[in-house]
Design a protein around this ligand. Structure first.
Ligand code: EPZ
Length: 419
């Protein structure tokens, strides 16, 4: 298994370019089942995308990667379509469950493996199934699979989600986009990645409008045979590098290929900590600043502070003056990075769903283990600011969602290599 070795205390300077969003690309790949031909641009070349492409290939779509241009071409010739998402492909890439909505609405049946849990939580899909049943699907669970069918097609209706869920909102959007009549979804997740999926579905000829957390969808007959779409930038990767700059920029760190308007809540939180951030049209500059101060945060659905940045922010808060608190309100077990950070010298206690972080603490390099995607990148951030050498094991977690992480950091003078 590969490892990352980081020599700490190397101050960062230079420019980092942000890749396309993994969490926008995944639902749009699921939506491409509804199209004839799709050219997807600015795709991040990360493990989860290759796994999703493998799943589409298994279903019967033709997938062509033009890697150096970060383009995927997807063609659906409607021949030998296999409306099955097997366990071997869904178990490691839970977003595979998103093909359920597309397969059901287009082919009126689907057999999709239950994704199962992961390190951060049990990850149920009851809200996905709740919405699909409301749209008229007959659903049963057998041998670890979701077996869904809609003999007469799906029928638009009004659905109010009992709680906000990114994946359930996406599956409902995919299913409603070819349902008969109008669907109104209430209490939806409205992450920028969902807005990108909506943009894509509109190109497919679906009428969609969004007001607050309510999304109305009605199918329209127009069908664009060829669709071209550029995926939005990855706001979580951006937040990760903003925190890296706040932790150990030499003077300043520039991060480009982004739209700062989308990450106002993250920018405001970091400014509250005292991080100096200059917003430009398609980039931001993080200035070196000392005497950062403590803060209390609760993770929330967008536009609140994202759970996907919780582990990264925690590393920053180990270096600020005072006691900070982070309440993880989205997932039930997303503090797996804490024991590893404590082994590096961080002063963190967990009470119920809240981490209490005493700063500043002196971090020293250690051999640590990644447990999930965002926890693994928090260990990289800790390694950058710790004394001596940090070795990170199980970095396959990192490769699921960060494109060229070490080369982007090496370009900014970090001492980091993969062995
Ligand atoms: C998406 O996961 C993201 N994944 C996650 O990013 C992200 O952390 C999460 O949204 C929250 O923002 C992708 O987009 C591929 P949810 P998702 O449904 O859709 C509960 C990363 O690091 N829930 O919004 O699975 C669930 O257990 C990943 O890139 C139900 O109870 O998240 C959780 O507590 C990690 N029933 C809460 O809702 C359901 O049917 C929010 O989950 C669905 C979810």
């Amino acid at each position: 298994m590969q490892k990352l070795i980081i020599k700490g205390k190397r101050e960062l300077s230079g420019t980092i370019s942000i890749s396309g969003s993994k969490n926008a690309t995944l639902p749009i790949l699921a939506a491409s089942i509804l199209a004839n031909r799709v050219i997807l641009k600015n795709v991040p070349l990360v493990k989860d995308i290759f796994t999703m492409a493998e799943l589409l290939n298994f279903i019967g779509l033709k997938i062509k990667f033009i890697k150096k241009k970060k383009i995927i071409e997807i063609t659906n010739k409607e021949k030998n379509i296999n409306t099955l998402a097997p366990y071997k492909l869904v178990k490691t890439m839970r977003a595979g469950v998103l093909v359920l909505g597309s397969l059901l609405t287009k082919y009126r049946k689907a057999r999709v493996s239950l994704p199962g849990g992961c390190a951060i939580g049990s990850r149920p899909v009851d809200l996905h199934l709740f919405a699909l049943k409301k749209l008229g699907a007959k659903i049963k669970i057998k041998d670890g699979y979701i077996i869904a069918e809609a003999k007469r097609g799906l029928k638009g209706t009004n659905i109010k989600f009992p709680s906000v869920s990114v994946g359930a909102t996406e599956n409902a959007l995919l299913a409603a986009s070819k349902a008969k009549g109008k669907t109104v979804l209430k209490n939806c997740a409205v992450e920028p990645e969902i807005l990108d999926l909506i943009l894509f579905l509109k190109k497919l000829g679906t009428n969609i409008n969004i007001k607050g957390r309510t999304i109305s969808i009605s199918n329209s007959k127009i069908n664009q045979p060829n669709i071209s779409h550029e995926v939005i930038f990855d706001r979580i990767e951006l937040g990760t590098f903003m925190i890296a700059g706040a932790l150990i920029a030499k003077n300043s760190l520039t991060i480009n290929k982004i739209n700062p308007k989308i990450i106002n809540s993250e920018i405001n939180i970091l400014r509250k900590v005292g991080v100096q951030i200059i917003k430009k049209k398609t980039s931001i500059i993080i200035k070196k600043k000392r005497n950062l101060k403590n803060i209390n945060i609760v993770t929330k659905p967008y536009p609140g502070f994202p759970t996907d940045l919780q582990a990264q922010l925690m590393v920053l808060l180990t270096q600020v003056n005072g006691v900070s608190k982070i309440k993880e309100d989205i997932f039930e077990n997303r503090f797996m990075h804490v024991p590893e950070l404590k082994r590096m010298g961080a002063l963190i206690e967990i009470k119920d769903k809240t981490a209490i972080i005493k700063g500043p603490s002196k971090l020293t390099g250690a051999e640590v283990m990644a447990t999930d995607l965002r926890a693994s990148v928090s260990l990289v951030l800790a390694g950058l600011v710790a004394e001596n050498r940090t070795i990170i094991n199980r970095i396959y977690h990192l490769d699921r969602g960060y494109e060229f992480l070490e080369s982007k950091l090496r370009k900014c003078k970090a001492k980091i290599r993969r062995v």
